[in-house]
Design a protein around this ligand. Structure first.
Ligand code: F6P
Length: 323
């Protein structure tokens, strides 16, 4: 029987992680469980950096970006001796199950804890990248997209005043999800994403055709995993003689107050994670598919997410709407 759960945030932070922590803690306490916060992800579990959380510990955080539990990337957790230390610390604190909030790295770690060490684990997808299957959205993605859109709207003003092409680099190491959504939402002329081979000639033709039709400024969105914004700008400048500038949006996309979608997802995911553990289930990731909260085996999610498809219709639509 589960009496006490641990909660932690791992990997890159995402807006809405705090709202997830709040939901997990308050749902668990409502259902007569005790909750411990594990600080700095798996590093804190190995170092025994763990403390009990109360209803009050999570007050005033629903609207705050970042994570009150802090987070770190912890490749050392792959080592068996560190896993043993981590599991020992769970025992020291009488923690029966763990809720792990994070992206694909945290799913892999969750699978280790569950399958190799028998600890009931529920993962909650939180990452700005939206690179996981079995959930339409990860917590934080929508906020990051809105942050980028806000910045690009401003860039568009100066791009049009100066008749310039702007190359805007957005985050997404292995995934074009942010770039695609931002491209569609900002009315960009083109997006360059890791999932589609970059064709410099085609891009330059498109920009020149636009220019000859009277389009004096254009926006090109580049996912960091596909190319460097500065390299793309150099290519465009060399091949077209258009005036080009670059903006790398960077880490601002990871911060800020979570959007409504990031917060409401956080609330629902936190509740379902606790309920899953109380039903005796583990080794699963909660997700939202078609407006329904579901849960899926972690290994199934990991396997499918390795080749997550992007929405090619959106990719084509960006081109159609920009003509
Ligand atoms: O996983 C989210 C993400 O923001 C990626 O888009 C980006 O490439 C990476 O994290 C940056 O990670 P770090 O915080 O380790 O620099």
């Amino acid at each position: 029987m589960i009496k006490k759960i641990g909660v932690m945030t791992t990997g890159g932070d995402a807006p809405g992680m705090n709202a997830v922590i709040r939901s997990v803690v308050r749902t668990a306490i409502y259902k007569h469980l005790r909750v411990c916060g594990i600080k700095r992800g798996f590093r804190g579990l190995i170092d025994n950096d763990i403390e009990e959380l109360t209803l009050h510990s999570v007050s005033g955080i629903i609207n705050r970006g970042g994570t009150m539990l802090k987070t770190i990337r912890c490749p050392e957790f792959k080592e068996k001796k560190n896993q043993r230390e981590a599991v020992d610390h769970l025992k020291v604190h009488s923690i029966d199950a763990v809720v792990i909030i994070g992206g694909n790295g945290s799913l892999a770690a969750g699978a280790l804890l569950y399958y190799d060490w028998g600890i009931p684990v529920i993962n909650i997808p939180a990452s700005i990248d939206n690179d996981l299957c079995y959930t339409d959205y990860t917590v934080g993605f929508d906020t990051a997209v809105n942050t980028a859109l806000d910045a690009i709207d401003k860039i568009r003003d100066t791009a049009s005043s100066h008749d310039r092409v702007f190359v805007v680099e957005v985050m997404g190491r292995d995934s074009g999800s942010i770039a695609l959504e931002v491209g569609l939402g900002s009315g960009a002329e083109a997006v360059i994403i890791p999932e589609v081979k970059f064709n410099a000639d085609k891009l330059c033709d498109l920009l020149l055709r636009g220019y000859h039709r009277g389009k004096r400024s254009s926006i090109v969105i580049v996912a960091e995993g596909a190319a460097r914004g500065h390299d793309v700008a150099e290519i465009i400048a060399a091949k077209t003689e258009l005036e080009v500038r670059v903006s790398v949006l960077g880490y601002m996309q990871r911060g800020g107050a979570p959007s409504a979608l990031s917060r409401t997802l956080a609330g629902r995911f936190g509740e379902t994670a606790v309920d899953e553990l109380l039903k005796g289930r583990g080794g699963r990731m909660v997700g939202m598919v078609g407006n329904k909260v579901i849960s899926t085996d972690i290994r199934t999610v990991l396997k499918a997410s390795k080749s997550k498809k992007i929405n090619m219709n959106d990719y084509k639509l960006i081109g159609i709407l920009a003509t």
